[in-house]
Design a protein around this ligand. Structure first.
Ligand SMILES: Cc1cc2nc3c(=O)[nH]c(=O)nc-3n(C[C@H](O)[C@H](O)[C@H](O)COP(=O)(O)OP(=O)(O)OC[C@H]3O[C@@H](n4cnc5c(N)ncnc54)[C@H](O)[C@@H]3O)c2cc1C
Length: 501
């Protein structure tokens, strides 16, 4: 076993994971000339969930990654790292249902117009029924949405997609989540526009225009950002150590002393340090502590759960397939949940402008039937679903690649917060030089900017002696001084909660 030691009074920060959080911390610490060791399980990619996979010149994300933050510090950091390589892109994303595109976010007129006269009349009747005879004390997501929109609109626009993403029946998701997450369609405006025809949107473009906003995106996908930071680490003589999976985190007398990794060839290395940052999933981190923490902490960590994700990238022999960056697939007859069109994120994502690369996204659980299907079966499924949806013909698909992403979404069930608090309190009081950063590191269902901000604050604490609390970063990546340990989740991010009992 190789052992990498620390000279007596020198600081050495060991960073677990080279995703956006780990690499943001590395970048900030290098600015302060603090030595770092970054260990990454993957054998070649950096960026974690925000990596860009490459296949024969086609580049694709694990889900499309918009770069947008209300936090100017994060926006500035993206510019500092990639400069002119950051493109500003228009956004178009719609819902696809039974061969028609619907505005997203939903617009009442557009929705009913697209459904056609008969279905629209049924929807309005079902809506009126729901308003006249609402379910009293709605408890579930289904109760709440039915009360707001009626059964028919609920089943078309809410039920299928929500169940595809979370793998939980909408009867078991809480009404609170629906109430926070879904804005009411303005039915009064709709009725007014029908009675006063001049108030209708006059042209399809008018409808579409309202749905376009813009975001930034690296020319070669999100991975380009993190590949550049990894290059900088290398230039500074502190390259990311690839293919190094964290196996043990050794501690004694209230401090972590080293992290042991195993390479793909089985070689074991021990990395000593003075400070340790973890962006690896919280459940994994606790399981790797040596000696193990108290049973209650292990139990809390083991109770955290995740939703997993498969992306099937298909190469299509057609220049244009649809104009959106991505579309939501509400059709219940197919399993695909969302389709990305990477060329519409950046033309440089495809090597030949006469071709298209689509990413078909399937939400699943690690180990389920979808997850364990072989690649050829998944590519066949995705190809046939594209044809079934009328997006292209099967013979236009000339290549395909499958990417399985475990732990894509930390699940917020009704007890997750209590479990996270147990782990967090244990680490805060018992292992003061071990810091949690990022999305799965802190079990927070948040975007890159949030993950980066938590890492930036921890790195600043180490470098300058400041005492920011990364748990006080909210979903918009803004730091709030006035949230204290033990209070409810400050993220404000709305994710489903399973109904108790
Ligand atoms: C489908 C999808 C779409 C998204 N869309 C957007 C978007 O549009 N905009 C946006 O800003 N964000 C988006 N996000 C969120 C964004 O990807 C995350 O917030 C961000 O990647 C989290 O960064 P992180 O470094 O905390 O974690 P990760 O990206 O998960 O990185 C963790 C790293 O740790 C490594 N690791 C794990 N275990 C070990 C181990 N035992 N040993 C060593 N290394 C290990 C992993 O390989 C990985 O590289 C999306 C996420 C998903 C899943």
């Amino acid at each position: 076993m190789a052992t990498l030691t620390v000279e007596d009074d020198r600081r050495q920060v060991v960073i677990m994971g080279a995703g956006p959080a780990g690499l943001t911390a590395a970048y900030e610490l290098m600015k302060h000339e603090i030595p770092i060791t970054v260990v990454e399980r993957d054998i070649g990619y950096v960026g974690g969930l925000a990596r860009t996979v490459e296949h024969k010149g086609y580049r694709f994300d694990i889900g499309g990654h918009r770069f947008f933050s209300k936090n100017q510090e994060v926006e500035d950091l993206w510019t500092e790292i990639l400069g002119a390589e950051m493109l500003t892109r228009d956004r178009l994303s719609r819902i696809y249902y039974r061969g028609r595109f619907f505005a997203y976010p939903l617009k009442a007129f557009n929705a009913l117009w697209n459904l056609g006269l008969i279905e629209a009349t049924r929807c309005m009747a079902s809506y009126s029924r729901a308003r006249l005879f609402p379910i009293r004390n709605p408890r579930s997501f289904e109760d709440w949405v039915r009360n707001q929109f009626g059964w028919r609109l609920y089943s078309i626009f809410f039920k299928t997609y929500t169940e595809k993403v979370w793998g939980i029946p909408t009867t078991e998701l809480s009404a609170d989540w629906a109430a926070q997450r879904i804005k009411s369609l303005d039915m009064w405006l709709l009725v007014k526009s029908m009675l006063l025809p001049h108030s209708k949107p006059t042209h399809r473009d008018d409808i579409v225009t309202t749905l376009i906003d813009s975001f930034r995106y690296p020319r070669l996908g999100p991975g380009q950002m993190w590949e550049r930071v990894a290059e900088i680490c290398k230039e500074k003589g502190q390259p990311v150590m690839f293919g190094q999976a964290v196996e043990k985190i050794k501690h004694d007398r209230g401090r972590v002393r080293s992290v042991t990794t195993r390479s793909t060839s089985g070689e074991v290395t021990e990395h000593a340090g003075t400070d340790f940052l973890s962006s690896i999933p919280m459940r994994q981190l606790i399981a790797r502590l040596q000696p193990p923490p108290p049973d209650a902490v292990q139990k809390a960590a083991n109770s955290l759960s995740y939703r997993d994700f498969i992306s099937v990238a298909l190469m299509i022999d057609r220049a244009d397939v649809f104009p959106d960056n991505w579309i939501y697939i509400h059709d219940p007859s197919v399993r695909v949940g969302r389709i990305q069109n990477f060329k519409n994120w950046s033309p440089a994502m495809v090597p030949d402008q006469a071709k298209t690369c689509l990413g078909l996204e399937y939400f699943c659980f690690e180990g389920d039937g979808m997850w364990t299907s072989d690649d050829a079966t998944l590519i066949k499924l995705a190809t046939s679903e594209l044809a079934q949806l009328g997006i292209c013909t099967q013979d236009q698909v000339f290549d395909g690649v499958v990417v399985r992403q475990p732990k894509a979404y930390p699940v917020y069930d009704d007890s997750y917060q209590a479990h996270v608090d147990v782990v967090r309190d244990y680490l805060r009081t018992q292992l003061t030089n071990l810091h949690l950063i990022g999305r799965n590191g802190m079990h927070k269902y948040n975007n890159q900017d949030h993950s980066m901000m938590t890492a930036l604050l921890v790195a600043k604490n180490i470098a300058t002696g400041s005492s920011y609390d990364p748990w006080n970063v909210n979903a918009e990546a803004v730091y709030h001084e006035d949230v204290h340990v033990g209070e409810k989740d400050a993220t404000g991010r709305q994710v489903p909660q399973r109904l108790a009992g």
